[in-house]
Design a protein around this ligand. Structure first.
Ligand SMILES: C[S@@+](CC[C@H](N)C(=O)[O-])C[C@H]1O[C@@H](n2cnc3c(N)ncnc32)[C@H](O)[C@@H]1O
Length: 212
């Protein structure tokens, strides 16, 4: 599949899915940044709480659940109620899942774990109840609310969206937990001096930060 064909399929699926997928600030994707995932999975203890902060329409938590043992619990949060409602429903357009499969950012094994009924013809895929039972969804504003306990935090492509005057406090609070924080490529591109003083990159990937 060419990039243009993939984009066409993505836009068609987004149109079918409704407005939440079309707002650029609420966009996410299946298995985003595939090269980072093996390093992330190596960081997660066998029994752990992982916090996914800023999950948009919620594709990240099911992938994480599919790739980790049942003893890993996931707290999935976002500030937007509409995004959370879409994520909680666990119902996703097939076109986007197939696009991610074609790109290689998820495997067929991931897809079968996430969607037990993938083999049946349907425009919509329903996430596995077993995987969903390991995910707690809740509204959380990173600039205002209390943070949950976690051994690893995924906060990808969110920090760059927070105004600089509020971001300093969020960066301080994330660093204070002294656990690995996974950011996104958009965040990395906006990482300022304040943020660099508090976080160091891991040698494995610049998307994984640790308190300096
Ligand atoms: C571009 S999406 C990133 C989705 C996903 N983490 C990824 O990397 O694909 C950014 C998300 O951050 C959320 N967000 C923005 N400001 C936030 C805040 N102050 N607290 C929590 N979430 C926030 C938005 O609602 C949006 O869903």
């Amino acid at each position: 599949m060419t990039g243009i064909e993939w984009l066409g399929r993505y836009i068609d699926a987004a149109r079918a899915a409704g407005p939440t997928w079309l707002w650029s600030t609420g966009m996410t994707d299946w298995g985003r940044d595939p090269e980072m995932w093996p390093h992330l999975l190596a960081l997660i203890p066998a029994e752990a709480h992982v916090w996914c902060a800023g999950i948009a329409t919620g594709e990240e938590p099911p992938v994480l659940a599919a790739r980790t043992p049942d003893s890993v619990h996931i707290t999935a949060t976002d500030v937007r109620d509409d995004a959370l409602a879409a994520a909680r429903a666990g119902r996703y357009p097939r076109g986007m899942v197939d696009g991610a499969l074609d790109l290689g950012s998820v495997t067929l094994d991931d897809v079968h774990r996430m969607f037990p009924e993938y083999g049946r013809p349907s425009e919509w895929l329903h996430a596995s109840e077993t995987l969903l039972s390991r995910i707690t969804w809740s509204r959380l504003d990173l600039t205002a609310d209390r943070y949950p306990r976690a051994e690893v935090v995924l906060c990808r492509n969110v920090l760059h969206m927070i105004a600089a005057f509020e971001r300093a406090d969020v960066v301080d609070r994330l660093a204070a937990a002294h656990v690995p924080v996974i950011v996104g490529k958009s965040d990395r591109a906006h990482m300022d001096a304040y943020w660099r003083e508090r976080f160091a990159e891991t040698p494995s990937t610049p998307l994984i930060l640790r308190a300096a």
